[in-house]
Design a protein around this ligand. Structure first.
Ligand SMILES: Cc1ncc(C[n+]2csc(CCOP(=O)(O)OP(=O)(O)O)c2C)c(N)n1
Ligand SMILES: CC(=O)[C@@H](O)[C@H](O)COP(=O)(O)O
Ligand SMILES: [Mg+2]
Length: 635
């Protein structure tokens, strides 16, 4: 059946026809892609402004390369929607970010056009350098390699490690720097300022004509020695051409050029192909291009909630649930900063996601957005801490992984009281396996001295932060991307390594770590009249409450441990370790946690249910556990 709305996209089995499309067809395809993106956004939260911005770049790339064999890596991977639309996934596009549907990021299981499953920033240049090196060694020199990286991701330390290597290896490689002057928030740092200066290059601004004339006489992309001689002869300062930082590193700099002009980009991409060695093509785009509200407010439109566009004015559909943990965390951070001038907050480019804007406004001198540089963020916090300041690293659990060695050496080994606020610790739902923050319990609890806690309800979060700020040791507080349960009781004071008993029960006990307390209470309530189930809010995984472990396992009751983290190495494992160390019988322990596999994307409640972490499934486990205990004691 012909798709009359998007005939060009509907006709694509793969991207090969783009090589023969005229400029008009390519610009019509751009219109179709934007239409698909806008339709999608009316239905669900997804990455929007970044995708709108790369439509022309994506079309130009696929028209100049054949990425079934050539290599294309989109850094981070949140801007691959146009790429998916032209690589044979138009017919499934409406399933994106839903359970069983397309992933919102590159996914090699979906297409040969996707090489790596990614979602974390900074990965592209290193993998591209490696691909190129491997292709040379495997006698596959004809396969070209392209990495596309945004200006937000570009300052990641690992990108500079890759440039350092690429410049020395000298292998052919095209790095497209997609400069839209934005990270999720406005980009920060001196690399950003450098990019601004490059944009000020007369080649891109009004003097373009004059400079082009001059450059016609300078073999800009030829042999470096020739170029140098010509530059000297013509009296052209290399600085005038821009990009000296890259040139000095052995990477040919081209640009900046207009990233919404498809023929221009095609021309420069051809030039990149012809230029030996690594080349950086600086492309200037507008985040949100083609949809005015998104271009005007790219921060909101990075991942906006589903909205309807009524005659050009987007109307956000409200959600009327309880505030998320993130809001409580932000408020607690703000309060702590108000009370104590030693408290600082550090974000690695997630000010918006962590809802820190009011804190940034109120305490600009103690708010630090270090860019997408998580390892630096942690080491920077360590440095501040050493001076007597009390830094809080407010970070997504999954992104904290990128600073593991800094947590170990710069923080834990020094026993510095840095506080890690680990947001999105648990299932991040439509973002999927790259973003689920499910490993932190396991990877953080290995370090001596580190105190690890998780609130079971909203009111506990500020109490935990206040406690963390009194410690002489590093600490971490984890909470998920979810609305926070509101307490119906007065929280017991926070004591390090002490759990909170929510209710007693004679048949068995559910011990919940963190926000799973809500499901634990709901399961116990569902079982009322059938089984008497106690509920414990574990609060700490390190140090775990050994007395609580002892008490729950005494008197022949079963125990169900709950956590929104991995079964391997998580809270349940810590519970068992404590039980074994106390020589307790662990046969009646049931560990409910995320399975030892990468959990895909989907709706959080569905994913929890699949992992036996919904109230209903927990109640079923309790019934089975009760019958097992009954049969063991001969009841
Ligand atoms: C390691 C890591 N830290 C943080 C993020 C969150 N994040 C996703 S996209 C983004 C902004 C990226 O900016 P840029 O690369 O310029 O892409 P743009 O959205 O502007 O196209 C950030 C901070 C991430 N995905 N990975
Ligand atoms: C691509 C990326 O890493 C971010 O845009 C992330 O998807 C944001 O997640 P939240 O929507 O949970 O803030
Ligand atoms: Mg950007």
């Amino acid at each position: 059946m012909t798709d009359h709305k998007h005939p060009l996209l509907a006709g694509l089995q793969d991207a090969t026809p783009l090589a023969n499309w005229s400029s008009t067809e390519l610009s019509n395809a751009a219109v179709e892609i934007r239409d698909v993106l806008c339709n999608l956004l009316a239905t669900r939260t997804a990455h929007f402004a970044s995708n709108l911005g790369v439509v022309e770049l994506c079309l130009a790339l696929h028209s100049e390369f054949d990425f079934r064999t050539d290599r294309l890596i989109w850094d981070t991977g949140h801007q691959v929607y146009p790429h998916k639309l032209v690589t044979g996934r138009y017919d499934r596009f409406e399933t994106i970010r839903t359970a069983g549907g397309l992933m919102g990021y590159p996914n090699p299981h979906e297409s040969v056009y996707d090489l790596f499953m990614t979602g974390h920033a900074g990965c592209s240049v290193s993998t591209a350098v490696g691909l190129r090196s491997g292709d040379i060694l495997m006698d596959q020199k004809d396969r070209r390699t392209v990495a596309v990286i945004g200006d937000g991701a570009f300052p990641c330390g690992v990108v500079f490690e890759a440039l350092n290597n690429a410049g020395e290896l000298g292998d052919d490689l095209t790095i497209v720097l997609n400069d839209n002057k934005m990270s999720i928030c406005h980009r920060t740092g001196s690399v950003a300022q450098y990019l601004d200066r490059l944009r000020g290059n007369p080649f891109y601004t009004g003097l373009k004509h004059e400079v082009t004339k001059l450059l016609d006489r300078v073999p800009m992309f030829g042999d470096p020695a020739e170029r140098l001689l010509a530059q000297m002869k013509e009296g052209v300062k290399a600085g005038l051409l821009g990009g000296m930082l890259f040139e000095e590193l052995g990477i040919r700099y081209i640009g900046p050029i207009d990233g919404h002009d498809i023929p221009l980009m095609q021309k420069y991409l051809r030039l990149c192909k012809e230029t030996p060695g690594p080349v950086l093509l600086h492309v200037v785009t507008e985040k949100g291009h083609g949809y005015k509200p998104a271009a005007e407010d790219p921060v909101f439109f990075h991942t906006p909630p589903a909205f309807e566009d009524r005659g050009g004015t987007p109307v956000t559909r409200g959600s009327d649930g309880r505030p998320p943990y993130t809001t409580h965390a932000r408020d607690a951070i703000g309060e702590a900063m108000k009370r104590d001038s030693r408290v600082t907050v550090i974000t690695a480019a997630m000010c918006q996601g962590n809802k820190l804007e009011p804190v940034r406004e109120q305490f600009p001198e103690r708010f630090f957005d270090v860019g997408i540089c998580e390892s630096h963020a942690v080491a920077f916090a360590a440095g501040q801490c050493k001076t007597g300041m009390r830094p809080i690293v407010d970070i997504y659990s999954t992104f904290l992984q990128r600073s593991y060695d800094q947590i170990f050496q710069e923080v834990a080994l020094q026993d510095l009281p840095v506080v890690f606020m680990m947001d999105r610790a648990g299932l991040t739902a439509p973002d999927g396996p790259t973003h689920h923050g499910v490993y932190d319990i396991g990877y953080m609890r290995l370090f001596p001295n580190l105190v690890l806690m998780a609130p079971g309800y909203a009111e506990e979060l500020p109490l935990m932060l206040d406690k963390a700020l009194t410690l002489d040791h590093p600490s971490g507080i984890r909470y998920p991307k979810a609305s926070a349960l509101e307490a119906t009781h007065t929280p017991a004071p926070i004591e390090i390594g002490k759990a909170e008993w929510i209710r007693e029960g004679s048949d068995g006990t559910i011990v919940a770590y963190g926000a799973m307390l809500e499901q634990a209470i709901a399961a116990a309530e569902q079982l009322e009249g059938e089984l008497e189930i106690g509920v414990v809010n574990a609060r700490f995984v390190k140090p775990i409450d050994a007395e609580m472990v002892h008490k729950t396992l005494s008197e022949g009751r079963f125990v169900v441990t709950l956590e929104e983290g991995t079964r391997v190495g998580g809270f349940g494992s810590a519970f068992l370790e404590s039980a074994v160390d106390q020589r307790l019988d662990t046969r009646a322990v049931h560990r409910l946690a995320l399975p030892d596999e990468f959990v895909l994307h989907g709706d959080r409640s569905q994913l929890l249910d699949q992992s036996t972490l919904s109230a209903q499934k927990i109640a079923e486990v309790c019934r089975e556990a009760a019958s097992e205990v009954g049969s063991q004691v001969g009841v």
